[in-house]
Ligand binder design. Sequence first.
Ligand SMILES: [Zn+2]
Length: 401
Amino acid sequence: MEETRQGTGTPHMAAANLRHCVRCGLPETYETIEFDANGVCNICNQRKFKEEKIDWSSRKEMFDDVIEQYRGKGEYDCIVPFSGGKDSTFTLYHLITEYKVKPLVIQFDHGFMRQTLRENNQRTFKKLGVDVLSFTPNWHVVKRLMKEALIRKGDFCWHCHTGIFSYPMQIAIKYSTPLVIWGEPSSEYTAYFDYRDDEIEEVDETRFNRFVNLGITAEDMKGMIENDFDLDPRDLTPFTYPELRDLKRLRYRSICLGSFIPWDVRKQSQLIMDKLGWKGDDVEGMPPGEIYSYEKIECAMQGVRDYIKFLKRGYGRVTQMTALDIRSGHMTKEQADKLICAYEGKKPPSLEIFLEYLQMSEAEFNEIVEKTVVPPFRPDFSCKDCAKKTHDFHTWYRETK
Ligand SMILES: [Zn+2]
């Protein structure tokens, strides 16, 4: 089979022999997926629960109470971790317009912020009138972390996952501001937490260790890289979750707005476009135009991330997005299959830039990724199909120029 596919088949064909949810099309290699007797996945089932069983008006009252409980208690009413994507932009907009809080906005710059995103952020901050703290970690450290995480886990985003979730908690302590408000709950996308659980998802250390940090703490990472990298122990501080005792002393609360209001990505994206002039963008490997232009526009390396996911698990962002749209009734299975066929699994132009950062050949890259493939998927590394360059490709930082 492998031989007959080489060079001739389109990448999605390799995923055809995986088992898929009969409803949304997610494959068996999707993280946390389980199928019921009818072949419907647990993520579809918890979505149904979200729509039918959750009492959203009482959830809203709970949120109102939390806001009032913390209002005026710290240097700010709350901390809002902010990437500038649709979810954090909506969260900030909602908090300002519905609750008139005084937030401190925290931006963790992973090093790959794109032009449109920076313009969006500037517009959003000016229109809403907020204080903003932006932090960019040392690029030399970031590159070394990317390489190690890629080799260990087939996921180079460790610095980003851990920084985005740790750094705002450190700031909460420094600014004596106990309430931290995130955007979408993870149960929207995975079953690490379940809408059916009685407990509200807390964005805490348990969650951080359950899936954010890939099972690698900053202490582990130190041991992995200190032999061949001139590491100052403080270099890893931005990626370190604060001590629980310090957070407890603060009486912190770290929650997702989406646990308290029904999260509706399309509606919310439209709202921030109308109210804030927020703009979407093309993403490598995704259908062009407006259909998914609101999704994952934050990172110039998103195409590489999605490509690795495809090589590991036989699905990429197109499958993920169409699954959401099928679940919410915006798309039929047939429309989804067409998009998946046309766009998924192609090699992103940014791979070249990424390999320059890591000083790695594509053969070495493939060898590393091959070790992390999730069976029964078997990727076809010989596929030569390339995704289109996005309009801002020439502005992305090159190591060699
Ligand atoms: Zn499903």
